[in-house]
Write a protein that binds this ligand. Structure first.
Ligand code: GLN
Length: 296
């Protein structure tokens, strides 16, 4: 990139996406064109289709420098969501900081399952109490509150910085008046009885650390990823907590790793829950456990 002719959306997009494509070395999981479009849109305060429909649009050289810097960060392995400081989840933008996990698309299925379940029971407008254990950016709690107009949620986390982010995201989506944040390890101080308990807790074992993609290992907070007891430590605590706090008709849904379904089922059964259902993610991988004191 250089020279004045290169200061157009089209030229910058072409140069940036080429650099990202070279760095991707054919990895089918990388998306150089999409990444370049999103970064260019941010750097130039345009929307992410503009480079395609209006390639001759002139770009200020300061904005072009911002874009080149973003491309360099991406080439060095930093995820787009970290560079932008935000990520879309369930159709909503969530601001992120170093204490928060980047919300994952799998977790949207957890939100959808809760809404489906409540819809079937005619409870979408009900005055429900929800707990989101280990809320991080607040993704799950905030997404649920935007869909459930009379519900309130308690969101817990061990990290103050994460809870601050959850509050910022709740305010951004106009649900802060219905969200209480509590700094606690799994949640003693939460108002029982709870109608819905949701959690995407840390569930990766130390042994799996070396197998993680660098974008996860180097950029997601360790506190949000790793759990003792071969990855089951936090899940156990969420199950125990649910045992003490869930309403008689309530239900809990907890996310877990792709190979953990059977063991989580045993933990839930041992805790005495009658309902103990495996839920698949959109790739048909067993990813969530739904449980409660009654079968349905
Ligand atoms: N609940 C948050 C999410 O799903 C954070 C999860 C975590 O940090 N383990 O994004």
């Amino acid at each position: 990139m250089g020279g004045n002719d290169d200061l157009t959306l089209g030229a910058l997009f072409k140069a940036g996406s080429r650099q990202l494509a070279e760095a991707a070395k054919g990895d089918p999981l990388k998306s150089p064109h999409l990444d370049a479009r999103m970064l260019l849109a941010r750097a130039t305060s345009t929307d992410d289709h503009r480079a395609l429909i209006d390639p001759l649009h002139r770009v200020a050289s300061a904005d072009a420098d911002v874009f080149k810097d973003m491309i360099a960060r991406r080439v060095s392995g930093e995820p787009v969501a970290r560079i932008l400081g935000e990520r879309e989840f369930f159709g909503l933008m969530f601001e992120l900081n170093e204490a928060t996990l980047v919300p994952r698309p799998e977790t949207e299925t957890l939100v959808a399952k809760v809404l489906q379940e409540l819809g079937e029971r005619g409870l979408l407008e009900a005055n429900l109490t929800i707990a989101d254990i280990g809320t991080g950016s607040g993704a799950i709690a905030v997404a649920l509150l935007t869909e459930l107009p009379a519900a309130r949620a308690v969101a817990t986390d061990l990290s103050y910085e994460a809870l601050q982010m959850a509050r910022i995201n709740a305010a951004r989506h106009n649900v802060l008046d219905r969200l209480l944040t509590v700094r606690t390890d799994t949640g003693d101080a939460v108002a029982a009885p709870l109608d819905v308990i949701v959690a995407n807790p840390p569930y990766i074992s130390d042994a799996e650390r070396k197998d993680l993609p660098l974008e996860v290992r180097n950029y997601d907070p360790a506190l949000a990823l790793f759990s003792p007891d071969q990855g089951f430590g936090h899940i156990r605590r969420v199950v125990d907590f649910s045992q003490k706090t869930i309403a008689p008709d309530g239900f809990a849904i907890v996310e877990h790793g792709y190979s953990q379904s059977e063991r989580v089922g045993q933990i839930v059964k041992k805790a005495g829950f009658k309902r103990n259902e495996c839920v698949l993610d959109m790739a048909k991988v067993p990813r969530f456990r739904c449980f409660g004191k009654k079968v349905t």
